[in-house]
Write a protein that binds this ligand. Structure first.
Ligand code: FES
Length: 87
């Protein structure tokens, strides 16, 4: 379990082990654009302001994965306790 913070509202949302970041945000009333929900299409790509993502997608390049400033909230997770998202 980790948390994501929505920078525009300051909302901090817990992400349980059995849900995606996108699902957790949706439960809190924050709807992200999602399509494949499998890390393939890139529809959900979101900018990260703080924290380290645990990439699970097949869309971003190795360079983008290494840079760690964008991720796919439909399937990717976090290596840090908190991700601050540019939402
Ligand atoms: Fe397709 Fe996230 S919805 S990569």
């Amino acid at each position: 379990e980790f948390r994501v913070k929505v920078v525009s509202t300051g909302a901090v949302v817990p992400v349980m082990a059995d849900q995606s970041v996108a699902e957790a945000l949706k439960q809190s009333g924050i709807e992200l654009p999602v399509s494949c929900e499998q890390g393939i299409c890139g529809t959900c790509v979101t900018r990260i302001l703080e924290g380290v993502p645990d990439h699970r997608d097949f869309f971003l390049t190795d360079t983008e994965h290494a840079a760690g400033n964008i991720f796919t909230p439909c399937c990717s997770r976090a290596k840090t306790q908190l991700l601050v998202l540019d939402l």
